[in-house]
Design a binder for this molecule. Structure first.
Ligand SMILES: Nc1nc2c(ncn2[C@@H]2O[C@H](COP(=O)(O)OP(=O)(O)OP(=O)(O)O)[C@@H](O)[C@H]2O)c(=O)[nH]1
Ligand SMILES: [Mg+2]
Length: 412
């Protein structure tokens, strides 16, 4: 039995019942009898972030695959999983970068918890509702629960999905108490955050440089996020980070990015003279990143309204210019979404995705909003993962998005 090729991600466990050894499985799909289980992460055998070229199950005994959500599935004919990682120093390097970028700094969980205080306030009514829940007033409670989700900007469609699933489970007799309903509520939300997307981790490919384009509407936090990302990457020793000042629209934009470059010890390509067109700046920066062997190129772009046809076409050209210099790039097109806009981010995200092929979201300013439920809605509606969240203006206020920690911060 072969495991399909995939990225490793330390998330799920393969449990070998005979030996009792829990082995972290990794990043590949396990194909069994026609169905494919997408696994994440292999521990001990292959470092996280490394691309699995081939993985093979060794012997024949059933194993239970435990997903982070707590759901378990039995897989036949597996005893151990052997993963052969793609070779080469570059793969290893990006694996290392992947780990560091995901690393939880001390106090991260606390900061996440504090960052969500406003949204949590909106949802605190859920606990009150469920404490005194009984079967006879289920409908009223479910209505009020839906209302609380709407207030926290989960969006009508997503809120309805969550509540409908709870209603079905209550009617089927599967949920019999307030705590059970709360647990199911959290599981439902976690499923919405994970089931349509494969990975919340950056996919940087296997060769240098990896180009990350940052796009989004005005003032969402793109430039600040580039500074925060560079700060993270720079935690890996000797990482060469280049920034591209692709926002040639605003006079002060380049200077703002220059400040971040300086603060993080990154280099920067600025548009000058005739090369001031954004696509030209990005092409020039990509060339330099290739020629001078940079690891990461972080490309800033101007804020633009998703409804402005010309500016959206300009964005399309920016991406093309990067790909022309370096086929396969940009490896990531990350759209910055301003958390304070709540559900208004949905049409923006749709349009940017159509034009630029968004590979992940970074939702910023979640520290200042009571509308954090929009994170669930945007993932559910667009099937694009959230990769990072911004919970403040400082360099360290960017966190790798962890769906479980997010749900726990909303419903402690
Ligand atoms: N509270 C909070 N503020 C943030 C966060 N991220 C960015 N900001 C602030 O948002 C404001 C706009 O940030 P920028 O990085 O300039 O946004 P931008 O998207 O580059 O803006 P344009 O280039 O004008 O489109 C700044 O004041 C940032 O400090 C965050 O996660 N939390
Ligand atoms: Mg900017």
């Amino acid at each position: 039995m072969l495991l399909a090729e995939g990225e490793l991600e330390p998330r799920m466990l393969l449990h070998h019942p005979a030996s009792g050894v829990a082995q972290c499985a990794t990043g590949a799909g396990i194909s069994t009898g026609g169905s494919t289980l997408r696994t994440r992460a292999c521990h001990g055998l292959v470092p996280s972030g490394v691309v699995v070229q081939q993985a093979q199950a060794l012997v024949a005994t059933p194993v239970t695959v435990l997903f982070p959500s707590g759901i378990s599935r039995s897989v036949q004919n597996v005893v151990g999983i052997r993963c052969e990682a793609g070779g080469g120093e570059k793969v290893g390097f990006f694996g290392r970068l992947g780990r560091v970028i995901k690393e939880k700094a001390k106090g991260d969980i606390d900061r996440l918890f504090n960052g969500f205080s406003k949204t949590r306030e909106n949802l605190s009514v859920v606990d009150e509702l469920l404490t005194y829940w009984n079967l006879s007033d289920s409908e009223t409670v479910l209505d009020e629960l839906e209302e609380a989700l709407l207030v926290a900007d989960f969006g009508p469609r997503t809120a309805l999905k969550i509540v409908d699933e709870l209603r079905n489970d209550i009617l089927a007799g599967k949920l019999k108490s307030g705590p059970e309903i709360k647990k199911a509520l959290k599981t439902n939300i976690l499923n919405l955050l994970t089931r349509k997307v494969t990975s919340n981790e950056l996919q940087l490919g296997t060769s240098r440089p990896a180009v990350i384009m940052i796009v989004g509407v005005n003032g969402g936090g793109k430039t600040t996020t580039i500074g925060k990302l560079a700060h993270r990457f720079k935690k890996v020793e000797d990482t060469k980070v280049l920034m591209a000042a692709g926002d040639t629209f605003r006079a002060a934009a380049s200077e703002q990015l220059e400040v971040w470059a300086e603060r993080t010890g990154s280099d920067i390509v600025l548009g000058e003279g005739e090369k001031k067109r954004p696509a030209a700046v990005l092409a020039q920066a990509t060339k330099r990143a290739v020629q001078e062997n940079y690891d990461i190129l972080l490309a800033d772009t101007s804020g633009r309204l998703h409804t402005n046809y010309n500016l959206m076409e300009e964005l399309r050209n920016c991406k093309k210019a990067v790909t022309k210099v370096l086929p396969g790039a940009p490896q990531e097109v990350l759209m910055v979404l301003d958390g304070t806009t709540g559900l208004n981010m949905l049409p923006q995200a749709r349009q940017f995705n159509e034009v630029a092929g968004v590979t992940g979201f970074i939702v910023t300013k979640l520290d200042g909003t009571s509308r954090g439920g929009c994170v669930v809605s945007v993932v559910d509606e667009l099937a694009i993962p959230v990769k990072f969240i911004g919970i403040g203006e400082k360099l360290d206020d960017l966190q790798a998005f962890d769906p479980e920690a997010f749900v726990n911060a909303l419903f402690p």
